[in-house]
Design a protein around this ligand. Structure first.
Ligand code: ZN
Length: 198
């Protein structure tokens, strides 16, 4: 594959078969209500405007919304493929996909790390979004490792719903003890470190 951009009649081809960068990983982390999915969708939209081929994946565990979309809390949505296991991404990825989006990465098994590394190693731009802390305020292992391995790390903060300070924790309001608890607005609140209760 040529790494040079071909110019046809003074214009770049609509969908180049190759891309000139070497692949990398970006991760957007934060608490609930910090706009992670919104930021992921924004980056994916910009890539689509540039006519790059984009594929989006989410975990089949994330059942808050329809299986074929990822949705931010402000209800902006984009089509996605729900997979049961991280490795399934490798069988569902198209060979010409340039940009890979992965939402709610903490729902995936630990193999997601190797999958992201492989996709970036193949020359793709991998954009991941997810929670960095669970409801106890403990780091999610998967997210923490991906933050270490990514070229670009963005940490979003929410606003504490009790005091209005910057919030980086997700307070569970009710429910069980499972670390991966699928929940939306009624089960969680964004809290700062002072207002957060374990
Ligand atoms: Zn607070």
């Amino acid at each position: 594959m040529s790494k040079r951009k071909t110019v046809v009649n003074g214009h770049r081809p609509a969908a180049p078969m190759s891309w000139s960068h070497g692949g990398w990983m970006e991760i957007v982390v934060g608490s609930m209500f910090s706009g992670k999915t919104q930021e992921l969708i924004r980056r994916l939209r910009l890539a689509q405007i540039a006519r790059q081929k984009v594929q989006v994946f989410n975990s089949a565990l994330d059942v808050r919304y329809a299986k074929d979309h990822i949705v931010s809390h402000d209800l902006v949505k984009t089509p996605s493929i729900a997979v049961a296991k991280a490795k399934d991404i490798l069988t569902r990825i198209d060979s010409d996909t340039q940009v890979v989006g992965i939402d709610e990465v903490q729902f995936f098994d630990a193999e997601i790390i190797g999958v992201c590394e492989k996709l970036a190693g193949e020359g793709r731009r991998v954009i991941v979004a997810g929670l960095d802390q669970d409801f106890r305020g403990e780091p999610f292992e998967t997210t923490a490792r991906l933050m270490a391995l990514s070229e670009f790390v963005t940490k979003n903060l929410a606003i504490c719903m009790l005091c209005g300070n910057p919030a980086n924790r997700s307070q569970r309001l009710s429910g069980g003890r499972k670390v991966v608890e699928v929940g939306a607005a009624d089960k969680y609140e964004a809290r700062c470190r002072r207002c957060f209760k374990r």
